[in-house]
Design a binder for this molecule. Structure first.
Ligand SMILES: Cc1cc2nc3c(=O)[nH]c(=O)nc-3n(C[C@H](O)[C@H](O)[C@H](O)COP(=O)(O)O)c2cc1C
Length: 175
């Protein structure tokens, strides 16, 4: 059985709330969940699958706790791991920088041993102008959540995304 670790950074608690919902829905599949402000980079290493949560701040900038954590990740070997992202942003207030930090975090993580990206998520149902989290035409690199404008969609989006992650990781049979 593959192990799952959830790591997040959250300034006002919204990404933390999403992490809690994710853990609740995953139940016994989750081995560990931690706020990066209280974690060491090596804490990521025991898990086969990492779910990384990040919010975007200050017009396209990294969330503060990740900002401090990232330089400490230098030299970490994440090769062979499967990595999925969930991002928190505001598509109306910051339409030209929606979820940017999620894309920036993937750029950092993929340089640490080229882990596999899992859980890419359709972007069509979001209205925004530009995002560094765009993976390809029609997808974000991970789940997009918008507490400011679409909080009612969190549960459904998280549920659908976790099915995608689990399918990509072959923890449930493919559709
Ligand atoms: C000053 C400020 C700047 C922000 N900048 C962005 C941004 O560039 N892109 C974005 O998608 N969201 C932006 N947001 C929205 C936050 O990401 C959003 O409020 C999120 O829910 C915060 O999550 P957290 O509490 O987990 O940090 C910004 C919010 C504030 C207050």
């Amino acid at each position: 059985m593959k192990s799952i670790g959830v790591f997040y950074g959250s300034s006002t608690g919204n990404t933390e709330m999403a992490a809690e919902k994710i853990c609740e829905q995953l139940g016994a599949f989750v081995s560990h969940s931690a706020d990066v402000s209280k974690a060491e980079p090596e804490d990521l290493l025991p898990y086969d699958i990492l779910l990384l949560g990040v919010s975007t701040w200050n017009i396209g900038e990294m969330q503060d706790d990740w900002d401090e954590f990232i330089p400490r990740m230098e030299g970490l070997d994440l090769s062979g791991k499967q990595i999925a992202f969930f991002g928190m942003g505001d598509a109306i207030g910051y339409s030209y920088n929606f979820l940017d930090a999620m894309g920036m975090l993937w750029d950092v993580v993929k340089a640490l041993g080229s882990p596999d990206l899992v859980g890419v998520w359709p972007s069509e149902e979001y209205t925004f102008d530009e995002s560094l989290a765009v993976h390809d035409d029609g997808h974000f690199i991970g789940l997009g959540l918008d507490e400011d404008n679409e909080p009612d969609l969190h549960d459904e989006r998280i549920k659908g995304w976790l099915v995608k992650v689990m399918t990509d990781c072959q923890l449930i049979p493919g559709a």
